[in-house]
Design a protein around this ligand. Structure first.
Ligand SMILES: *Cc1c(COP(=O)(O)O)cnc(C)c1O
Length: 373
């Protein structure tokens, strides 16, 4: 059997007629930039995330850069960013000449370990980028408490956890609605993916929203009146049309991912070498990734799965403090022991809404066979 890590083809064929009709509509209108579908999608998505303002943009990395630009920070302002994460938050801070301050993760949730925040806070700390990794929220109550009255902005990188829920002060909230600004990505393999690149920025603050909107569109509110230094980062009308269709089915797709994860969890329970993903209390997990920790022979297991038609991925094989481009930050091996341990142990299995029971059994049984052999 040949399994896919993510099956975009099956997903497309589920909604083909609807998507094709919407695409045809955009093409016939030739309103390719800022067509009416863009505004409509932003409004639908802001309802889904339960936050007043959604501003779409070119991709999730731009979204982070624009969010940081909107905070109007001085050069060398310190930004706390997880070392075990995708590179985008670090890249966005570096490109703006801000000073990234890396932080280690919690080995159970894979997210920022909030207990490691206090020693990093200085008079120069201006923001923390809370990456909700793999599908669930960081410990936002603690992060909020630690940054309260400090003026430190919380930016949620929600590229992997759109649609997940979190309990904050006994209230159910959605990720992306908790910090000062949040961002997401519509890269095709994300939980809500488009047919190319796309992203969005969210805030509850009207002034901030207007500023973000201007920055994403050449710093202008009116054509040729450039009030701020901006960028060109817009969501194509075609992508907005695709996303509006897919958004209608997102909750259903997430519940299919959760069922697949439950199946895996049951199969792997009690296997000594495997640590299944833990859902932190008060969280719902949307399983952008189903990520195991493999205590022994991770790389051999990966090879064995590959030989059996099962792709898997290591997100992420090199923690950010050990990446060549960021060696100028002066970190060294040993600085973030949890990030380094996770890089050695993590393995993400095939995860998408269209995995059928036969495929799930096949994957799980091969994995078990490896450890029983
Ligand atoms: C995918 C991703 C991004 C960047 O999104 P792009 O649209 O690919 O630029 C940022 N942060 C995280 C955590 C991501 O997973």
């Amino acid at each position: 059997m040949q399994i896919k890590l993510v099956d975009l083809e099956k997903q497309y064929f589920r909604y083909k007629t609807e998507i094709d009709n919407e695409l045809r509509r955009v093409i016939s209108s030739t309103h390719f930039i800022q067509g009416p579908q863009v505004k409509a999608f932003e409004s639908e998505l802001s309802k889904f995330v339960n936050i007043p303002f959604c501003i779409s943009c070119g991709n999730g990395t731009d979204a982070l850069q624009i969010a940081l630009m909107a905070c109007e920070l001085q050069e060398n302002a310190e930004i706390i960013i997880p070392a075990f994460s995708y590179v985008a938050p670090l890249e966005a801070a570096a490109i703006l000449k801000l000073k990234p301050v890396l932080i280690d993760s919690d080995p159970t949730s894979f997210n920022i370990d909030p207990l490691k925040i206090p020693p990093l806070i200085t008079s120069q700390t201006r923001a923390i980028i809370a990456v909700h990794l793999f599908g669930q929220a960081c410990d936002m109550a603690t992060i909020k408490k630690l940054t309260e009255k400090t003026g430190i902005k919380i930016i949620e990188d929600n590229a992997q956890s759109l649609g997940s829920e979190h309990i904050l002060k006994q209230e159910k909230v959605t990720t992306g609605s908790i910090g000062d600004i949040s961002t997401t990505s519509f890269f095709p393999s994300k939980v809500l993916g488009c047919f190319g690149d796309g992203g969005a920025i969210f805030t509850a603050d009207n002034n901030l929203a207007q500023k973000i909107k201007m920055i994403a569109n050449h710093g202008q509110a009116q054509k040729y009146q450039h009030e701020l230094v901006g960028v060109n980062s817009r969501l194509d009308t075609i992508q907005a049309a695709v996303l509006s269709v897919k958004l209608k089915y997102l909750a259903e797709d997430i519940s299919k991912r959760q069922k697949a994860a439950e199946f895996y969890n049951e199969k792997f329970a009690g296997i000594e070498e495997i640590v299944t993903p833990a859902i932190s209390s008060g969280n719902s997990h949307v399983f952008h990734q189903y990520t195991l920790r493999i205590k022994k022979k991770r790389n051999d297991l990966r090879k064995f799965l590959e030989e059996n038609g099962i792709p898997s991925m290591i997100y992420y094989p090199v923690p950010l403090h050990l990446q060549k481009a960021y060696s100028y930050l002066g970190y060294k091996k040993g600085d973030f022991p949890v990030a380094e341990m996770l890089a050695e142990e993590v393995l993400s299995l095939p995860m998408h809404p269209d995995l059928n029971p036969e495929e799930l059994s096949y994957i799980a049984n091969k994995l078990l066979a490896f450890f029983k052999a």
